[in-house]
Design a binder for this molecule. Sequence first.
Ligand code: TYM
Length: 339
Amino acid sequence: MESTERTEQRKTVLSGIQPTSRLTLGNYLGALKNFVAMQEEFDSFYMVADMHAITVRQEAAELRRRSVETAALFMACGIDPEKSTLFIQSSVPEHVMLTWVLNCNTYMGELNRMTQFKDKSARHADNINAGLFTYPVLMAADILLYQAHLIPVGADQKQHVELTRDLAERFNKLYGNTFVVPEPYIPKVGARIMSLQEPENKMSKSDPNPNGYIAMLDDPDTIVRKIKRAVTDCEECISPDRCCPGVYNLLTIYSACSGKTLEEAAGELEGQGYGVLKARTADAVVSVLEPIQKEYARILQDKRYLNDTLVNGAEKAQRRARRTVSKVYHKVGFDSVKR
Ligand code: TYM
């Protein structure tokens, strides 16, 4: 009872990551790193967004495996199931229950404006399914179900959180106060890590060129090699201004992985060649990722513990989600039959 009361007083944080394929350094610096920091202060819900993943074709056995592996990676980064609620989205059916109601309160025009829909439908022109279009509504349901106040995400998800705010406000106005209106939490450094090969594009796990991204599970040699090959797009200029996107990206990665501010990192490297920038960046990335990789391998060995953790997480998440769904179903008139 005591601990429930304590939980209720803290603000709530929710976020998620798709288990589509290997997570990248971008996912870590833009999102996961903050998940870990925020669990100390907030009542935190972190999920593996497997339902979002099927907007693009997935092989079932592979999705199942990756979902559990992604949860293991969350834990390896420091998500502590005693402090946070860690779960797999599809194990809490309330996400779908709320999605339908929100779908009926979302305008086509709002979804048409989503830049990620435009990008993804261009990349998957043979499979522009309705799920891809309504995906931001599922994401809004993920957030509103837990009455989350803060949503740690990278810059590319900001538009989706803004839509969530609009939906929450619209629903609250129509049906009376129901949802907390959430705020995005976007880190100052690392919110948009760019491709190492095409620094004008985001670093992405779906990049067909593996030299463009650093996977969180890349071994140290691969990390060093990829950073050595990174595009540096102008003459020696190491500066916290964004004058050269490729160099700025490396500086950002160095800063985020070493804990130094951008200015400190630039000051330290001023007057040195790009070789030094790349070597320091590679060292900093390896020293962040190597311990995570070791912990990941250890956690994966204990499949039973991992499964038990996810069962507990699903139960805890569902208890919270159910409360919101009951409230919403009552407000819209879905509780006509009393059992
Ligand atoms: P996803 O799986 O594409 O990415 C997970 C998180 O990683 C961030 N991210 C990046 N940050 C910095 N630089 C990059 N290059 C980079 N690439 C990815 C993303 O911004 C994101 O925070 N729809 C979401 C998952 C989701 C979710 C939610 C998030 C589902 N439900 C509810 C928050 C709340 C997505 O596809 O993220």
